[in-house]
Design a protein around this ligand. Structure first.
Ligand code: UD1
Length: 390
């Protein structure tokens, strides 16, 4: 690589903001770090920009610690807010950073507000945008994440896809196939790496439970927690189900706030089989998932992780942007209707559940594939990126 070019394409921004981003950036950062030699220069090609969308230690710092992610070089400190306010604040602050720092490219992950905001700021500054986990579609525009996915993909110069449906969706939307790369799932890279240590924790025993002898619950989607009637129905159902199989429920701050506001705190009182805890770190969650008899969740990531682990997953949603977890994995959509959830729960307990198959390119090496392609583009003076930094 010529010296002048190296200077021009100096540093890639790796953007992280919310909890599900952290396990996705870890393998990419590791592979970029290891691949420093690809260019022969040894200079750092990347820096982490943290928007601050999630800021509590339990939602943020502990993930950096456990996954060995280097500290962010830039911290925008945006915090919480309405969707418009939060997205606008990230847009403004990331733009100010990018104007000064002129990143070689902006790499965004997943579908959170930080993803779309930084992509939008970058593209307007003619900084190439790279989207990891592109092409997923729930076809449900009432989900904020679906809007974030659609907008981010349309702005991106390089789109890394995690499952086959992503290729079909992007092709149907007319995205140039030269920009689209099927690389597999970075979240599974982190899982593969952390699983042995996670298993050793045997966390369920701390709650007096045995592997295979409990269910794990997580809930945080607006469709399940924002309407007090829906939330109340779900919480009473969980309390009922816990009589058949003990349940562990690490509660997202959004859900806790909603339950407190709706006066539903009492649902968990005197329920020895319903263990409600604060949000737990990555490895602890992975351990609880791997040892669970069943997982009930509205999380996108946990649909994927349970499929990889071959653990039955009741997805408390009407749709999913990750259809491979239904067709090849272990997930079933059960919405938030108590009857449907109960019936699926009974199916698991009576062993009427699919075992799941392996999913293509969910093999622990997606981060390396991504870094390899990024290095290729950079080494070529990034001709495939639509614009060059000024
Ligand atoms: C965000 C993502 C969602 C992802 C989820 C995982 C968007 C649109 N949504 O949703 O896709 O699945 O993260 O967690 O980006 N809060 C705290 N401490 C924190 C962060 C948040 O107490 O560290 C509380 C605040 O009251 C905040 C609320 O949680 O208002 C929601 O946080 P926010 O980042 O807006 O969205 P999530 O529901 O976490």
């Amino acid at each position: 690589m010529r010296k002048g070019k190296m200077k021009e394409f100096r540093v890639i921004d790796i953007v992280a903001g919310a909890r599900p981003n952290f396990m996705k950036i870890a393998p990419v950062v590791r592979a970029l770090k290891a691949g420093g030699q690809v260019s022969g220069s040894g200079k750092p090609f990347w820096r982490i920009v943290h928007t601050g969308q999630h800021y509590d230690f339990a939602m943020n710092g502990v993930f950096f610690e456990q996954l060995g992610i280097p500290s962010p070089s830039v911290h925008l400190g945006v915090g919480s807010g309405s969707h418009g306010a939060q997205t606008a604040r990230i847009l403004e602050l990331y733009e100010a950073h990018a104007v000064k720092a002129r990143p070689a490219a902006t790499v965004v992950f997943g579908d959170v507000n930080s993803t779309v905001a930084c992509a939008l700021a970058a593209v307007k500054l003619q900084v190439p945008v790279v989207h990891v986990e592109a092409g997923l579609r729930s076809f449900d525009r009432s989900m904020p994440e679906e809007i974030n996915r659609l907008v981010t993909d349309t702005l991106s110069d390089l789109l890394f896809v995690s499952e086959p449906s992503g290729l079909e969706n992007l092709s149907r939307e007319g995205i140039d196939e030269g920009k689209v790369k099927f690389v597999g799932n970075v979240m599974i890279d982190t899982l593969v790496r952390e699983l042995p240590e996670a298993r050793n924790l045997r966390l369920c025993r701390r709650f007096g439970l045995e592997p295979g002898g409990y269910g794990l619950v997580t809930l945080h989607r607006p469709s399940n927690v924002d309407d007090p009637r829906v939330l109340s129905r779900l919480l009473f159902l969980l309390s009922d189900l816990s009589r058949e199989l003990p349940l562990v429920f690490p509660m997202h701050p959004r859900t806790k706030k909603a339950a407190d506001q709706a006066g539903l705190g009492h649902v968990f009182e005197n329920k020895p089989n319903l263990v409600v805890v604060d949000p737990i770190p990555y490895r602890e969650n992975l351990c609880l998932m791997a040892d669970a008899r069943v997982v009930l969740t509205d999380s996108g990531g946990m649909q994927e992780e349970t499929s990889f682990l071959h653990i039955p997953c009741l997805t408390l949603r009407e749709n999913t942007e990750r259809p491979v977890t239904l067709t090849r994995g272990t997930s079933r959509l059960v919405g938030n209707d108590p009857q449907r959830i109960r019936s699926a729960f009974e199916d698991v307990l009576s062993d009427r559940w699919k075992k799941g198959e392996d999913i293509p390119l969910w093999d622990g090496h997606a981060g390396e594939r991504i870094a390899g392609i990024i290095f290729e583009f950079m080494a070529q003076g990034a001709p495939a990126f639509s614009c060059k930094p000024k």
